[in-house]
Design a protein around this ligand. Structure first.
Ligand SMILES: Nc1ncnc2c1ncn2[C@@H]1O[C@H](COP(=O)(O)OP(=O)(O)O)[C@@H](O)[C@H]1O
Ligand SMILES: [Mg+2]
Length: 391
């Protein structure tokens, strides 16, 4: 049942995190007549621009988060970023509110050590070898078994922050210091992972909804310096790999619990499928679904969290996305040459409306369909490259 917004029957949903992925979630919620409240750390965040009300709150501060939830009293709380005081989500869920997909899923997935332990130890899923370490001494010890090359990451970070590939001992100290400085919290817990020399990596968007679990066709992607650059769909998989990938995704999503869409990140090498990490929410590489599928990942997330059915997920055509990254300093970015960009056949462009850039920031995404993924990728990249950015 869904009532009338701004009335006694309104269904209210609060988004914690109001970036570009949240913006699309808000739009899909609005299409069902939901009253939406967006919260983020800064003003004029993308999802705030389309929500009914917005609040600027430090979501890592438990008391501030408790206050805004108490004030708005939403029926459903949808975390859209990792940096949230997840203890508050556990409290809120215990009080009877729906946390999407579940407070446990959000709490565990924000911590690489916790999700890896669940995947590798409790569920026996294949992952890269790893050790969680809390001192330089322990790090050196971990390397004795893991060896080089390895990947060093803070247990709480995203978008590649604090993360480096270490090829030899001479690079280890710098990577260690970088990991310590790049974590979200002061706690210096670091994960050391064996490097998987994968053939390719995929995101398997997996929806847990009232009638069961559904999968989107696999999405391939290319990462560079902690950011995804291009993604495409479908990424071809052998039957064996597809079956393994779906089984793995199903077991982790079922264990995490709750209704919603999850982005399951997997490394594929030959017939082997390794679990990397999972987002309990739409995934950045999944923006390609804005053009590729009958229901985008955002629409699937919203259907699942509202307890609505998902009859079928169909791929319309091979498609691709290319992230529009902007580098520099500005609070009045202008995008031009849009006529030339959008002259590319079967293409689209989303500009997120972010209030500023300081360093490198994803400000938009180019989308395209094609006869095959090569053509789709070429077109999406062409759209992105034709956009002229004035800082
Ligand atoms: N153990 C690993 N072996 C090989 N590549 C890795 C490994 N860990 C991370 N990567 C590469 O770095 C990217 C980002 O790492 P990830 O753990 O997903 O961090 P983030 O939370 O920043 O997305 C991955 O998508 C993959 O390309
Ligand atoms: Mg990742």
């Amino acid at each position: 049942m869904i009532g009338t917004p701004f009335s006694a029957t309104a269904k209210r949903v609060m988004l914690l995190g109001a970036g570009e992925l949240g913006k699309e979630v808000v739009i899909e919620l609005q299409r069902f007549g939901i009253e939406v409240i967006a919260v983020d750390r800064y003003e004029n965040a993308p999802a705030m621009q389309v929500a009914d009300r917005a609040y600027v709150v430090q979501m890592t501060e438990a008391e501030a988060l408790r206050e805004v939830i108490a004030k708005e009293n939403p029926h459903i709380v949808v975390p859209e970023v990792e940096a949230i005081a997840t203890d508050v989500l556990l409290e809120v869920e215990a009080q009877g509110k729906q946390v999407v997909p579940s407070a446990k899923a959000v709490h565990i997935t924000m911590n690489r050590a916790a999700i890896r332990k669940l995947a590798a130890e409790a569920l026996s899923l294949a992952t890269s070898p790893f050790k969680v370490v809390e001192s330089w001494q322990q790090c050196l010890q971990a390397l004795e078994t893991i060896g080089y090359p390895c990947v060093i990451k803070p247990v709480m970070s995203s978008s590649g922050k604090g993360q480096s590939i270490v090829r030899s001992e001479s690079e280890l100290k710098a990577a260690w210091d970088y990991a310590l400085s790049g974590g979200r919290t002061a706690a210096d817990v670091i994960i050391v992972e064996g490097f998987i020399d994968f053939d390719f990596e995929i995101t398997l968007l997996t929806v847990s909804h009232r009638d069961g679990i559904s999968f989107c066709p696999p999405i391939g992607h290319r990462q560079e310096e902690g950011d995804y650059r291009e993604s495409w769909q479908p990424q071809a998989l052998t039957e064996t790999v597809e079956r393994k990938a779906q089984q793995l995704a199903k077991s982790i999503v079922t264990e995490l619990g709750g209704y919603g869409l999850f982005g399951v990140e997997l490394f594929i090498k030959g017939d082997e499928v390794y679990f990397n990490e999972v987002s309990p929410r739409p995934h950045d590489t999944g923006m390609v679904t804005l053009i590729s599928q009958n229901l985008s990942e955002f629409s699937l997330h919203v259907r699942a969290l509202l307890g609505l059915p998902i009859a079928e997920i169909t791929l319309k055509q091979p498609s691709a996305s290319a992230a529009l990254l902007v580098e520099g300093e500005s609070s009045q970015v202008v995008f031009s040459h849009l006529d030339q960009a959008l002259a590319v056949p079967e293409s689209d462009l989303k500009l997120f409306g972010k209030p500023g850039v300081s360093g490198r920031r994803r400000m938009g995404v180019a989308l395209a369909q094609g006869a095959n993924i090569e053509e789709a990728c070429e077109r999406a990249c062409l759209v992105r490259d034709r956009v002229n950015v004035i800082l």
